[in-house]
Design a binder for this molecule. Structure first.
Ligand SMILES: Cc1cc2nc3c(=O)[nH]c(=O)nc-3n(C[C@H](O)[C@H](O)[C@H](O)COP(=O)(O)OP(=O)(O)OC[C@H]3O[C@@H](n4cnc5c(N)ncnc54)[C@H](O)[C@@H]3O)c2cc1C
Length: 493
């Protein structure tokens, strides 16, 4: 084996990077501070209820598949994905329901029920969405942007102009649609990267194509099985994984990585890959003289992405109105983003998302019962909102809002677990509890995210949601693989 790489963190980014490194004969050790691998995705079992706490909407399966393909194994021998049709139920306050579907005619019929004009523009929107996705794939998602030459060449510039970076998502949607339901349904895609539809660039309209045409997938046994599968593959390929160990400092000698100091002593390494949030890693693990490009001032200037307030409810009831994924939109969508990004407070009338994996698979809850993962967008942590004081009160409000929409009886749940942005920060060291690293509310934070290779310290790399290409499980899994391949190619034997 060549080299000696330490990866800090066993999220999707760290695991996928480790596998690609190991496949190229590199010696890799992952150090994870939590007791279990998975990063922001953790599995919770209680009283016969099974929950995945963290990512639940799985798209772009090719990104996960490529990890297994490159190892020369069948992904299906490790983990099985199944396509969901309809993809997601969108439930509006006036009783309108749109089940997002891969069937364009079905989509147009449902939209036409409330807006004939919007239905007539659906095909044109989907064509633009597909074109945006193709452009993103060609120029942003599939490659590392390590040098100024990678970032500032003519092809890149042309591509950037084609995706019209200064046009906001909401504005692009309004060039096709008028009805608030359609605008909210597709505007919500900005939240997939922790951002606001009124500020994020229009490139995220590509999610229309990704979800409707390429599909949303369930994972047999729950999304945590993706983590189990990658962990098994990593270990088969020789990756050493140590959990319950915290890296306290990245040790630098003569401008080059020398290893890491942990709560259990020093470990030598010639390369270090940080999978934790880039802003936290710099703030907590690197002395200021080794992070000139990431000063405290620069860290402060980044706007973190949204966070999430989660309720896990195990309840002895079933609900006919729920699919695997259901979104309950409030009467007005826009105020949520003022509350989150301007006031940094919880929305007064939030959009509520429920993942009910028991809809697709028996055994996720006791017979006749439901395992509900309930998510509300939340501001990143600041002095404007104190979860210690607000968690139970706001948690009750969410249950009341759901009761108004027919999801009753949650107050009598067998299992009721609340998980706040404070918990996310505590468990994963996510900067200010953000779940997608930095927001994509500006052109710079979308297209020029922190790079994957440190400019200050030789041998230090970054993978994961805060870095290029961005947040969300498939993109993070891509970033891990891209860094794995590049890093291995730079190790001199
Ligand atoms: C509630 C919620 C819902 C979400 N929903 C979706 C969804 O539906 N679809 C989707 O695609 N994405 C979703 N996401 C986002 C998704 O979870 C992330 O984009 C992705 O999991 C991030 O992976 P990562 O590898 O970048 O980092 P992480 O998962 O954050 O992993 C980093 C790991 O590094 C470890 N670490 C950090 N510092 C240290 C240290 N000093 N020493 C040792 N270990 C350290 C942390 O403990 C952590 O385990 C959601 C996230 C949350 C929280």
């Amino acid at each position: 084996m060549k080299g000696n790489v330490i990866i800090i963190g066993a999220g999707f980014g760290g695991l996928s990077c480790a596998i690609r490194l190991a496949l190229q004969g590199v010696r890799v050790t992952i150090l994870e501070r939590q007791e279990r691998v998975g990063g922001k995705l953790q599995q919770i079992e209680q009283d016969g209820y099974h929950f995945d706490r963290g990512p639940s909407t799985i798209t772009m399966p090719a990104s996960f598949r490529s990890v297994f393909d490159h190892a020369g194994v069948e992904m299906e021998d490790y983990v099985q994905l199944y396509e969901l049709e309809p993809r997601t139920r969108n439930s509006f306050a006036d009783g309108t329901v749109v089940d997002l579907s891969g069937n364009r005619e079905r989509m147009k019929e449902q939209i036409a029920a409330y807006s004939a004009e919007d239905a007539a523009r659906y095909d044109a929107f989907m064509d633009e969405s597909a074109a945006l996705y193709a452009e993103a794939n060609r120029h942003f998602l599939g490659k590392l942007l390590l040098s100024p030459k990678d970032k500032y060449n003519l092809r890149m510039l042309r591509s950037l102009l084609r995706v019209r970076p200064t046009v906001k998502l909401d504005k692009l949607l309004r060039s096709y649609f008028q009805h608030p339901h359609t605008l909210a349904m597709f505007g919500r895609y900005a939240t997939y990267v922790g951002s606001s539809p009124y500020q994020a660039p229009s490139i995220f309209a590509m999610m229309g194509h990704v979800e409707a045409e390429e599909g949303i997938y369930g994972v047999k046994g729950g999304t945590y099985q993706l983590i189990e599968a990658m962990t098994r593959l990593a270990q088969e390929k020789g990756v050493q994984i140590v959990t319950g160990i915290e890296v306290r400092q990245i040790v630098v000698r003569n401008g080059k990585v020398a290893g890491v100091d942990t709560d259990q002593g020093f470990r030598e390494a010639d390369q270090v890959v940080a999978n934790g949030d880039v802003l936290s890693v710099n703030r907590l693990l690197l002395a200021p003289e080794y992070r000139k490009q990431m000063s405290d001032e620069r860290i402060r200037r980044y706007e973190p992405s949204i966070s999430g307030f989660v309720t896990l409810a195990g309840v002895r009831r079933q609900y006919e109105s729920l699919l695997h994924h259901t979104v309950f939109f409030p009467e007005r969508y826009e105020p949520e983003f003022d509350h989150i990004f301007r006031d940094r407070k919880m929305p007064a009338d939030p959009t509520i998302y429920i993942c009910y994996s028991g809809y697709s698979e028996a055994g996720m809850a006791p017979a006749g019962a439901s395992n509900l993962f309930i998510l509300v967008n939340a501001p990143y942590l600041s002095d404007s909102w104190h979860w210690d004081e607000q968690m139970d009160r706001y948690g009750e409000l969410v249950l009341e809002k759901l009761a108004d929409r027919g999801i009753t009886g949650l107050k009598q749940s067998d299992v009721l677990i609340r998980y706040t942005p404070q918990h996310i920060e505590r468990d994963t060291l996510a900067h200010q509890g953000s779940i997608y690293g930095i927001s994509s509310n500006s052109v710079k934070q979308t297209f020029m995210r922190p790079g994957n290779k440190s400019k200050d310290v030789q041998g230090l790399w970054y993978v994961g949601g805060t870095t290029h290409p961005g947040g969300g499980t498939p993109i993070v899994t891509l970033s891990g693989q891209l860094v794995g391949v590049q890093l291995a190619s730079e190790i001199v034997t």
